[in-house]
Design a protein around this ligand. Structure first.
Ligand code: SME
Length: 160
């Protein structure tokens, strides 16, 4: 259960991810409902890293629609190619934005967000959503986050 997550925050980011991954595996094991699992993954990531905002957008009728998240209220619909999320969807790749003000077309759901990482979710080689993480600090995300967040989304079973 999420309340049983047990990881030190005084170790490196990579070690925190390494310790969190098997706990996420256990958290979603045996639960077929995708929304339940996406919700708990957000909660686990928020609990560990205390990011400003972490959540999923899911492709529905050719838009990204807000899914489970932790943090302040957010934009509900994003078109393909728009903002960081819509660009990650269109390009089918992870995007790290060190300074959101320097990203053309960035969608400011909350003015406190200063940097961002967006990781696409794949199913049958198509992007079916994205994981979006925002920080109130500049240059907060790097290749370590990209590596491990891709592993996190790789744990999700979209067949259910
Ligand atoms: N900033 C994102 C929009 C989503 S919010 O950050 C939660 C973007 O530019 O796509």
């Amino acid at each position: 259960m999420a309340e049983d997550l047990s990881i030190s925050t005084s170790t490196s980011k990579a070690r925190q991810y390494e310790a969190l991954l098997p706990q996420i595996v256990a958290l979603i094991a045996g639960e077929p409902d995708i929304i339940a699992n996406l919700g708990n993954i957000c909660a686990a990531l928020k609990q560990q890293f205390n990011w400003f905002w972490v959540g999923f957008y899911l492709v529905k009728n050719d838009k990204l629609v807000l899914g489970p998240f932790q943090g302040p209220v957010a934009c509900t619909r994003i078109a393909k190619g728009r903002g960081v999320c819509g660009t990650a969807w269109q390009d089918a790749k992870t995007i790290i934005v060190p300074d959101v003000d320097a990203f053309p077309g960035h969608i400011a759901c909350n003015s406190s967000s200063r940097s961002e990482i967006v990781v696409p979710l794949f199913y049958n080689n198509s992007v079916i959503g994205v994981l979006d993480v925002d920080s109130e600090h500049l240059q907060y995300f790097d290749d370590t986050d990209a590596k491990y967040l891709n592993q996190v989304v790789g744990l999700i079973n979209f067949n259910a």
